[in-house]
Design a protein around this ligand. Structure first.
Ligand SMILES: *[C@@H]1O[C@H](CO)[C@@H](O)[C@H](O)[C@H]1NC(C)=O
Length: 144
């Protein structure tokens, strides 16, 4: 019984699906409002489309790589899965770190990603709706 309770607590502590406004507040507290000229709504929009605000989101690809976490970072480029798996690991992290409720890891990685790719062409192509005007609905009703 105690073992089951422990497991349950671990599960609760390690994954999280954010409420939209809670996520916006976390982003703001982590300096994302205005980062590379993008307002908070952009980052809320991205997380919505990429993971539906779910820190445990995982997407497997046919090339053997996997996308991890709330911003769906790919294991080929951004994080390392395993010592035997090659990765450019631009964020210098283990992919599993992107799946916990400590979203500071994912936020540091997104900052790094946008610092490197100045035109953000990848994200822009995949999620054109997050670069349009009129993203205010992503922050509607949030007291920030
Ligand atoms: C979050 O993602 C995990 C892993 O894909 C999934 O099992 C879980 O159901 C998702 N949670 C919600 C609320 O969508």
């Amino acid at each position: 019984m105690r073992g089951i309770l422990c497991l349950l607590l671990v599960a609760l502590a390690t994954a999280k699906v954010f409420d939209r406004c809670d996520w916006a507040r976390v982003l703001k507290n982590n300096g994302m409002d205005g980062y590379v000229g993008k307002g908070l709504a952009t980052w809320v929009c991205l997380a919505k489309w990429l993971s539906n605000y779910n820190t445990s989101a995982i997407t497997h690809h046919s090339d053997g790589s996997t996308d991890y976490g709330i911003f769906q970072f790919n294991s080929r480029y951004w994080c390392k899965e395993h010592i035997t798996r090659r990765s450019l690991n631009f964020c210098h992290i283990q992919c599993s770190e992107l799946l916990t409720d400590d979203v500071s890891v994912a936020i540091r990685c997104v900052k790094r990603a946008f610092r490197y790719s100045h035109d953000q062409s990848g994200w822009k192509a995949w999620h054109p709706h997050c670069w349009n005007q009129g993203l205010s609905s992503y922050l509607a009703g949030c007291s920030l």
